[in-house]
Design a protein around this ligand. Structure first.
Ligand code: GLC
Length: 429
């Protein structure tokens, strides 16, 4: 077994190759589905309401995912422009959604008597999506899960159990792209979880796999949760659809909290600008159906990405500070020497719109359909001309304007007021 420094050196050397697809994918769909979905009171319902295991276990018998629910999830993910999916294979409640020998408390022995993980893998492959498994370290059903914190034998039994679960997931279903650990409690160190040995072993089974930072080791990417915070490494912001719950909630009452397509686009733009991914969650209903409030925004997001995807997918440049902020109601993403201006609102005055900060003249300014936009450059200011009064984007009302340069553009935010752009080191010539 490699030491931690040797292991981290080894996975760092393979990371660019393993993560090339992930870094260009940008947008994934998280799916939180389990026994808790039947109660509709958050995926932590068992712990929040102190439901005794024996009472909670009854949910295993009434768990009834409809036929084809995984295909429904994958179809929406595809339609939404997501490039990958992550499914809760087993959440903190300890119920496995697959044919597990290590964990008899599973969806083949109870409820639907089906291997939901298998159906999920088949659906993702059918729709050409990369995919992986959320796998909770914490477990509210296993007898050793909390004694592991202070009893050496219990800890050994429990960490062996966690290894066995993930070994099944990575050996029974073909190529798996992502392993998404969660809540490494109660042990507070990678040593306590045996994560170094386990993750080396799991990587030996699936050498191309990408592992997140929630097994008490940094691994491949950071996971800011319910916030879009850039990290100085690969990172993926995981977001509920409503800021309230990962697991299903009554749709009628959740709509006021749920994201619109514009809010999803705004989150996605921040990820594009700051060099990260967005993993947006849906919490399927008790029968596995996608909640009504998620369908329309995700569908519209996909339609918008059909037209504007070049500003989202692929190798984007990580921007800093207010870099390439064209005006007060837009933000940007950047690919090579092309800057994409995401107009959050559209209000040209007499057909004109001012753009600040660029010292380099673009060779072309256009809409995403190639329609050129006339512009006048006056020092570090540009005036776009003859713009349509009506918002050109009929899907979300977020039209992109593409600025193509022959080189990396010279740019300083609010350049008239040098004290405002300390974020950029470039000196004005
Ligand atoms: C938190 C929650 C868990 C959820 C996870 C998703 O860890 O405890 O319920 O699955 O976030 O990132």
């Amino acid at each position: 077994m490699l030491s931690l420094p040797e292991y981290e050196k080894q996975i760092a050397e393979s990371r660019d190759k393993r993560m090339a697809w992930w870094r260009e994918a940008r947008f994934g769909m998280f799916v939180h589905y389990g026994l808790y979905s039947q109660l509709g009171r958050n995926e932590w319902v068992m712990a929040c309401e102190n439901i005794p295991p024996k009472e909670y276990e009854k949910l295993a018998d009434t768990f009834a995912p409809k036929e084809g629910c995984c295909r429904e999830w994958a179809a929406l993910a595809k339609k939404a422009g997501c490039k990958y999916m992550v499914l809760t294979s087993r959440h903190h409640e300890g119920f496995s959604l697959w044919d597990s020998k290590a964990n008899p408390y599973n969806s083949v022995n109870y409820g639907p008597h089906r291997d939901i993980v298998k159906e999920f893998c088949e659906a993702c492959r059918e729709y050409g999506l990369k995919f992986g498994f959320y796998t909770s370290c914490m477990d509210w059903h296993h007898p050793d899960a909390f004694a592991a914190a202070y009893d050496t034998d219990a800890r050994k039994r429990f960490t062996d159990y966690i290894k066995a679960l993930n070994e099944e997931l990575l050996t029974q279903y073909g190529d798996i792209d992502i392993l998404w650990y969660d809540v490494p409690s109660p042990m507070e160190s990678w040593e306590g979880w045996d994560s170094l040995a386990r993750n080396q072993y799991l990587r030996s089974i699936q050498p191309h796999i990408i592992i997140n930072d929630r097994s008490r080791l940094p691994e491949d990417f950071g996971t800011p949760e319910e916030r879009i915070d850039a990290e100085d490494r690969d990172w993926e912001a995981c977001m509920t659809f409503n800021g309230v719950s990962w697991g299903y909630l009554d749709s009628k009452q959740t709509v006021p909290y749920s994201y619109s397509a514009q809010q999803i686009a705004k989150m996605l733009q921040t990820c594009c600008e700051r060099g990260g991914n967005l993993l947006l969650n849906v919490g399927p209903m008790p029968d596995g159906s996608i909640p009504e409030e998620a369908i329309e925004p995700m569908t519209k997001m996909g339609e918008w990405l059909e037209i504007n995807g070049e500003a989202v997918y692929g190798k984007l440049k990580k921007l800093h500070g207010n870099q390439y902020q064209c005006n007060g109601v837009s933000r940007s993403s950047c690919k090579g020497n092309t800057v994409y201006m995401w107009n959050r609102i559209w209000n040209p005055v007499n057909g004109e719109m001012g753009i600040g900060g660029f010292f380099t003249e673009p060779k072309k300014v256009s809409f995403m359909d190639g329609t050129e936009i006339e512009f006048e450059k006056i020092g570090d200011r540009m005036i776009l001309k003859n713009l349509p009064a009506e918002n050109p984007d009929k899907i979300l009302g977020i039209p992109l304007i593409k600025f193509e340069f022959d080189c990396e553009p010279e740019y300083r935010f609010a350049s008239y007021f040098p004290q405002l752009n300390g974020g950029l080191s470039r000196e004005i010539k």
